[in-house]
Ligand binder design. Structure first.
Ligand code: FAD
Length: 520
């Protein structure tokens, strides 16, 4: 397609906006992105950022590194859109376009307590999550009886509650966390079995859930809810989300939360050329409105972009029919989720699914790796840390013990391995062959190599774990195959080296080793 003067505005550079821009720029349309923020943010990880469990670099990626070169980026928010005129107002300046994609996402529903709203924490952006994190830790250290009140028992409120509860525990502070929910129940769509488990885990973590109750007063310090007063409170507002801060002129159909009801090709029915995607759009399929989710935003943005190009080329637009793979709600030590609207799952598996999905949708390799690591190891609770201290202590004594043991094991094994490898390999091969093992030449060579090269590496504390693993295999064969029928006295040495190798395989070389030097 030749470069055209067809001008498209993309309002909002989150997941939907970014995908729309990428799709449009590939076809060389004149694209202007209006986005005041510097970074694309993985919003699903914000509760973990607020709890201090995930670092900001894991969730934020500078937009400059993600946007195609031929997009014009206006670093400002759009205040108004005239749907009829296809006119966008940003920074007080009017811009007219041929097509507009509205992908401005959602924001937390405003709190009614305006006079004290500055002290109510919300979780709309990375900046807010970081402020929440820092304020919470300093609140914990300054208030004698810390207590958190979170308004809203949706996934944001509950995830935040679990994350803050874990932080308080980590800081060894006793802190009551109350989630106040207006509805009769939280997570009412979750089956009883999982629901009971989640509630008991939250309770154990110190999270109290008060349902059928509204917060009626907040004076910047104390909260009243259900006739009860909570004093010196750390107050968080997570009661629902609404359409972004943007005025639309036109007759577009909207849901009560402000989302734009779109046709199946994501267009705004009375306004050809205007599309909405991501959290800004209410997409109905089989009578159900899609939930707000990264995947729906991601594919929605791409489809909106493609449909703008289809219009421009005089082709028919395509319907947006994403597959609903499922979802997961992470509650720090446990979670719940669903695959394809039928299969329920929970516990740490739900946590792993969540973090792997965060990694999957993160743009940078280091972020993918970071989330994959969390997905595998999860967050350490202090109980686990104590267990770790008992078994894997990192004290001076432990490191000295490891050093002595390593020097002896590596050095002593070398005295077996070097002669085998350089002087008596033929004889050793005959012994292996007499045991009726397959490929005796190869096995003998590998055993001699592990006892010499592996032992040398162990001695140096270099590549310690793989070297120790190799030695452990060799020693297991020696103890249980070569000396399998012999009395204990003849198995003893191989068993000793086996245990010693297993120790280094699991524990590593300790602080005084080449591995530790390289890591530094
Ligand atoms: C705390 C939290 C937890 C979540 N957990 C999950 C989860 O576990 N799994 C999941 O799938 N989804 C989750 N979500 C929802 C998911 O993050 C959203 O569905 C997804 O980010 C929507 O993408 P989007 O591009 O539509 O909007 P966003 O990612 O919100 O991007 C919108 C962009 O528009 C910009 N913008 C706003 N107003 C204007 C304006 N007037 N002019 C110009 N630009 C504007 C904003 O700066 C923003 O960059 C969570 C959301 C939150 C807040």
């Amino acid at each position: 397609m030749a470069r055209t003067t067809y001008r498209v505005a993309v309002v909002g550079g989150g997941f939907a906006g970014l995908q729309a821009v990428r799709t449009l720029c590939a076809k060389e349309v004149d694209v202007t992105l209006f986005e005041p923020r510097q970074s694309l943010v993985m919003l699903p990880a914000l509760p973990d950022v607020a709890g201090g469990w995930v670092e900001p670099h894991m969730v934020a990626t500078p937009l400059t590194t993600l946007l195609p070169r031929n997009v014009k980026h206006e670093w400002c928010g759009v205040s108004e859109i005239d749907l009829e005129q296809r006119l966008v107002v940003a920074d007080g300046i009017e811009h007219v376009f041929d097509s507009i994609i509205i992908s401005s996402g959602a924001r937390t529903a405003p709190s009614p307590f305006d006079q004290a709203s500055k002290k109510a924490h919300t979780l709309n952006s990375l900046e807010e999550a970081l402020k929440l994190r820092d304020d919470f830790v300093s609140y914990l250290t300054t208030v004698t009886k810390p207590q958190v009140v979170i308004v809203g028992g949706g996934y944001t409120g509950l995830e935040l509650a679990a994350s803050l509860a874990a932080r308080a525990k980590f800081e060894q502070k006793s802190c009551r966390i109350t989630v106040v929910e207006m509805a009769a129940a939280v997570l009412s769509f979750v089956p009883q079995r999982w629901h009971r488990r989640l509630m008991s885990v939250l309770k154990e973590a110190g999270v109290e859930i008060v349902t059928g109750t509204q917060v009626t007063a907040w004076d910047g310090q104390n909260v009243t809810a259900g006739g009860k007063e909570y004093r010196d409170v750390f107050f968080c507002w997570a009661a629902g989300s609404v359409f972004s801060d943007l005025t639309l002129h036109g007759e577009a159909e909207r849901l009560p939360d402000g989302r734009l009801v779109v046709a199946e090709d994501l267009s705004l029915a009375p306004y050809p050329g205007i599309f909405a995607a991501g959290d800004a759009a209410a997409i109905k399929f089989n009578g159900v409105v899609f939930r707000k989710a990264v995947n729906f935003a991601w594919y929605g943005g791409a489809v909106a972009g493609k449909n703008v190009i289809a219009l421009l080329s005089g082709r028919r637009t395509k319907p947006y029919r994403p597959a609903d793979l499922g979802w997961a709600i992470p509650l720090h030590t446990t979670g719940v989720g669903q695959i394809g609207r039928t299969i329920w799952f929970g516990g740490t598996f739900a946590l792993r699914v969540h973090y792997l999905m965060c990694g999957f949708r993160s743009p940078r390799f280091s972020q993918k790796l970071g989330f994959a690591k969390i997905g595998v190891t999860l967050f350490k609770t202090d109980k686990e840390d104590n267990m770790k201290k008992i078994f894997w202590g990192d004290t001076k004594d432990a490191n000295l013990g490891l050093l002595l043991m390593r020097l002896f094991t590596g050095g002593a094994m070398l005295t077996h391995g070097v002669p085998k490898l350089f002087f008596t390999l033929d004889k050793f091969t005959e012994i292996v062959a007499s045991l009726n093992l397959p490929m005796p030449g190869f096995l003998a060579f590998m055993a001699a190599l592990s006892e010499s090269l592996g032992a040398a590496l162990l001695l140096l504390g270099l590549c310690t774990r793989p070297a120790a693993a190799l030695l452990a295999i060799t020693m297991a064969v020696a103890a249980f195959v070569v000396h399998g029928a012999d009395p204990f006295a003849q198995q003893e040495l191989a068993l000793f080296y086996l245990c010693s190798s297993l120790l280094f395989m699991f524990k590593g070389a300790g602080k005084w080793s080449t591995d530790a030097l390289i890591r530094r």
